[in-house]
Design a protein around this ligand. Structure first.
Ligand SMILES: CC(=O)SCCNC(=O)CCNC(=O)[C@H](O)C(C)(C)COP(=O)(O)OP(=O)(O)OC[C@H]1O[C@@H](n2cnc3c(N)ncnc32)[C@H](O)[C@@H]1OP(=O)(O)O
Ligand SMILES: O=C([O-])CC(=O)C(=O)O
Length: 371
């Protein structure tokens, strides 16, 4: 029995939700480029959960259902207020709050498909409210209630800042949400499927996934990309900084990917948004620096930028705190986790691989008093 480190290349399940073939990403067969340019995030969530695009009427109804469910139980807000949040990472707070949300749901352990779909809707609707409430409470501000007439993307920015977003901000944020919604069997999605394949509940599956997304080798990379850009400070420092990192055998956040060989098809959209937004903010250095780094690493190591690389300067340009970048990833990716959780329940088998044993051979047992 031999093992494959990190399960590289192992096909662990079948799925109808998204695919990566020859460096092309599709959701239910639709090219990510078309969805990004043409769809609202709500439309994409509907697609992932129903495996078909909605009609206008279905979309209107779905948007309304999400808008109706955005309010979060007061107990969760009180809980956030009860802590000193100054040293709490928002991903830790989100992980706890989502788990807590299950305590307020009478249907948490109801396992029918209908109940699981209702919970999926509640989770998708409430996750923005939780992240934005956290961001405001830690700054001594009251959470802002969502507006019924705003899009999902618009509402996030509205609840975060307490004012209506500009059209270009809402559009960029919507695109970012579409681009992050699903990605085949990435680490957090796999985690959610492993969890619910024991027939555990939806809240457990999403809580486990948030834990996996938090790490710097996965969703946590976007916050660290911005930290790196901040440390570099000015364009002319970029290449010496990267050379230093290489000399110390450190990884560059936002670069490389387990599956893509020639580039992540999401990166070009985020790159273009970064270009446009940094021009508007007058901080083109973040974009210019990012391009320099990407080109250099491509040439030196053959590594492409991944989705986390340009999303950093996009979110920064939208005036978002850097430690909220990964929670924003979760706000989008929860749609994919939930689609995979529903798919797993629909045709379930326990996920339980094997380990290649490499420990000591047979040993003679010695009682504790004789050791
Ligand atoms: C949404 C997402 O999750 S996208 C990924 C977000 N994560 C990051 O951006 C973190 C930085 N990137 C990485 O750590 C990796 O590229 C991963 C985790 C994305 C993929 O990892 P793996 O497929 O396991 O590749 P692995 O880590 O084994 O790297 C293979 C080789 O490329 C090098 N490498 C990979 N990524 C990087 C990087 N970002 N910077 C420098 N070198 C790198 C490794 O050092 C290794 O070199 P070696 O063979 O000389 O030891
Ligand atoms: O697929 C992966 O391994 C990571 C990734 O890009 C994502 O989750 O979006």
């Amino acid at each position: 029995m031999s093992s494959t480190k990190g399960l590289e290349g192992i096909v662990a399940t079948q799925s109808s939700i998204s695919s990566i073939i020859d460096d092309k990403l599709t959701y239910v067969g639709y090219d990510i480029d078309d969805l990004t340019e043409n769809c609202s995030f709500e439309e994409v969530v509907y697609l992932l959960w129903n495996l078909k695009l909605p009609t206008q009427e279905e979309l209107n109804g779905f948007k309304q259902e999400i808008a109706n469910d955005m309010k979060v139980p007061q107990g969760i807000i009180d809980h956030l207020k009860a802590y000193d949040l100054s040293t709490v990472h928002p991903m830790a707070a989100l992980r706890t709050a989502i788990s807590m949300l299950g305590l307020y749901d009478d249907e948490a352990d109801e396992m029918t498909e209908e109940a699981n779909r209702r919970k999926a809707l509640r989770l998708q609707a409430k996750i923005s409210t939780i992240v934005t409430a956290f961001a405001r409470i830690r700054n001594g501000k009251e959470p802002v209630a969502p507006k019924q007439d705003l899009s999902f993307a618009g509402n996030f920015l509205y609840m975060l800042k307490g004012k209506d977003p500009e059209a270009i901000e809402e559009e960029a944020f919507n695109k970012a949400l579409v681009l992050h919604a699903d990605h085949e069997l990435n680490a957090s999605t796999f985690t959610s499927r492993v969890c619910v394949a024991t027939l555990s509940d939806v809240y457990s599956g999403v809580t486990a996934a948030i834990g996996a997304l938090k790490g710097p080798l996965h969703g946590g990379a976007n916050e660290r990309v911005m930290k790196m850009l901040d440390e570099i400070g000015e364009e002319e420092n970029a290449i010496p900084y990267i050379k230093d990192k290489f000399a110390n055998k450190e990884k560059i956040m936002g670069m490389g990917h387990r599956v893509y060989e020639n580039g992540d098809p999401r990166a070009k959209h985020l790159q273009e948004m970064s270009r446009q937004l940094t021009e508007i903010t007058g901080e083109t250095k973040w974009y210019n620096m990012s391009v320099k780094i990407e080109d250099f690493i491509k040439e030196e190591k053959g590594l492409p930028a991944n989705v986390d690389f340009y999303s950093a300067s996009v979110y920064h340009s939208l005036g978002i705190d850097h430690d909220l970048f990964t929670p924003i990833f979760a706000v989008s990716r929860v749609s994919g986790w939930l689609a995979h959780i529903l798919e797993q329940y629909a045709d379930n088998r326990l996920i339980r691989p094997r380990a290649e044993y490499v420990g000591p051979g047979k040993q003679q047992f010695v009682p504790v008093e004789e050791r």
